[in-house]
Write a protein that binds this ligand. Structure first.
Ligand SMILES: Nc1ncnc2c1ncn2[C@@H]1O[C@H](COP(=O)(O)OP(=O)(O)OP(=O)(O)O)[C@@H](O)[C@H]1O
Ligand SMILES: [Mg+2]
Length: 245
């Protein structure tokens, strides 16, 4: 059975795509057949019938995948919460179709990386949130957070929302931490968050040199991710089967 991970975050713009791409690059380098998915995307561009999700494009480039319709099954133009974007565009978020695409994708890969949209409580449709989608996909999660002031509150709220909804939290990754001139909050927050939540901290990513989302350049992302993130803890009990051959 295909296994995978759902990359969520404390907020939009926190680094879910960068973390997902970093993981894809490292796993691909190990020889793992890794697939990627952005199940719902808003703020897409292009012609109506061929809307493009920049997140999905970036992830597919990282994983070298060629299944755009399955990897990005629900796309909306307006940069809004999916339920609102869908309403404005006289569409709806078709959850059964998303889950069908997910199951199809599973057949093609050993490991799937699924990037969420915003955080756990982003509504996809009435009474159905990103957290519900994760439950329906049956995936564990990684929470991407910042480490600066406010991170304790944002991260613990996300962890609580996950645990209450029965999600398995593999760990937390702090993104865009300073490598020089750390703020006091950045130095102290990861340990405080770990102590209060009991959730493993899987590492911190600094600002990655040469990373450019808009033209799909990864710069040193693969090397930095491998050095600083505990990839095997993301993989969980399946880590042994995804070692480099
Ligand atoms: N570690 C990093 N080094 C350099 N740039 C980064 C890093 N992390 C994020 N960025 C940049 O910050 C922006 C936001 O990151 P990203 O797109 O990964 O966030 P996101 O959580 O996926 O956002 P969204 O909610 O829109 O999906 C992007 O332009 C990305 O290139
Ligand atoms: Mg993203």
């Amino acid at each position: 059975m295909t296994v995978g991970i759902f990359i969520t975050g404390t907020d939009t713009n926190v680094g879910k795509t960068v973390v997902s791409a970093g993981l894809a690059l490292v796993l691909r380098d190990r020889g793992v057949r890794v697939g990627v998915m952005k199940p719902v995307a808003t703020g897409c561009y292009g012609r109506d019938e061929r809307l493009i999700s920049q997140d999905a494009a970036f992830l597919m480039e990282a994983a070298q995948n060629e299944r755009p319709p399955l990897a990005s099954p629900a796309r909306f133009r307006n940069p809004l919460s999916p339920n609102v974007a869908a309403l404005l565009e006289k569409k709806e978020v078709d959850v059964p179709f998303i889950l069908k695409s997910y199951r199809q994708l599973q057949k093609h890969y050993d490991f799937l990386i699924v990037e969420g949209i915003g955080g756990l409580m982003v509504p996809l449709k009435k009474d159905y949130y990103v957290a519900n989608l994760i439950r329906d996909m049956g995936l564990p999660i990684v929470i991407v957070s910042h480490a600066g002031l406010g991170a304790i509150n944002h991260t613990l709220l996300t962890a609580d929302a996950a645990i209450i909804r029965g999600l398995e939290v593999r760990g937390i990754i702090f993104n865009r931490v300073s490598v020089a001139n750390y703020s006091l909050a950045e130095i102290t927050n990861p340990k405080v968050i770990h102590d209060l939540s009991g959730i493993p901290v899987l590492g911190s990513l600094p600002e990655v040199e040469g990373l450019h989302r808009e033209n799909c350049q990864f710069g040193r992302l693969k090397e930095v991710f491998r050095e600083r993130i505990q990839v095997d803890k993301i993989l969980g009990p399946n880590a042994a089967s995804f070692q480099r051959i």
